[in-house]
Design a binder for this molecule. Sequence first.
Ligand SMILES: [Zn+2]
Length: 397
Amino acid sequence: MAAGRVTAWLSRRAGLGRGSMIGGRVALALDPRALRRLGRERTVVLVTGTNGKTTTSLMLTRALEALAEVAANSDGANMPDGVLAALAARPGAPYAVLEVDETYVPWVAGQLNPAVLVLLNLSRDQLDRVGEVRAMERDLRAAIAGHPETTIVANCDDVLVTSAAIDAPKLVWVGAGRRWTGDSTACPRCDGRIETGKDHWSCACGLARPEPAWTVDGDLVRTPGGRQVDLDLRLPGAANRANAAFALAAAHRLGVPPHTAAARLRTITDIGGRYRTVRRSRHSVRLMLAKNPAGWGETLRVLDEDTPVVVAVNAQEADGRDLSWLWDVHFERLRGRQVVVTGERGADLSVRLCYAEVAHWAEPDPVAAIDALPPGGVELVANYTAFRDLVGRLSGA
Ligand SMILES: [Zn+2]
């Protein structure tokens, strides 16, 4: 751990970043059991899924802070080295809320033996980085089978999540709503066709939507006791209300009453810069991040209808080099609005928007794209590195 801390310090001094990743990596290389040791005697919650990990983890952290100190990787460093760095930073915290990349859940759960595992959703992500979503479901199912003592808080509206979780002995189902169905037309157990209706899905093999203990209904969350909690979040959109329901359910499992938790969730106004509005000379720009088709779908849904939109797409390593996902996003939703495309792969995006019949113009530089719009509000949606670079530039401005 000392070697890790020194490396983290050197990394910060050299201006390479905050150092949590590299510090954790050094500690794990020197002692592969470091994670197990740091997690011992704490109540650990792991949060995983394709979308909403960072938001849900932050919400749950805020809720559990009603009980005691919480160690958390709120910077989104969700691989083993980032998880380890979060635990090392708060050695005395009795609780840990850790966002974990789906791929690493089996290994991290093996080390930390979590009290609760929150399973938000599973959908296609960058294929060149993450792999095939149904293989992910099988790996998670196996990991869950290996932890019968862990309470699984899972999304019963997600077919793949349900299949992964349904055999667990301790289960809390959350009805988070069904918006992205692109990865669940066929049953993960038998390849049969999934029949869907309102608040219902099922396959002929018997796999079907379980009855949820927690449900989201507009701005209300219904608890297992039949009570209603008004969310009144500062974060926009149905996806964030669903994230809040997961946070309430997991916090409730660990002893935080839903009304107490909900009040604490209202203190969250942005997630690492996301949803924040920044001033840029004549414009106020609301910053939004989207990383995969389901995430883009949710984000396009929360855009203000009368405000111009800047859409920025890069395809660096961290974004995924493969841009075929552009064709899975329902960009048709942008028709009739003022749209500017930008980012390193703005030309690819432009082609997609032409097929979607969305009138737009292109401006390679994202900041120039904002400046080119008439004064007033701007909705900015960007994928990972495009978002990171823009936040850096706009904060410096
Ligand atoms: Zn089936």
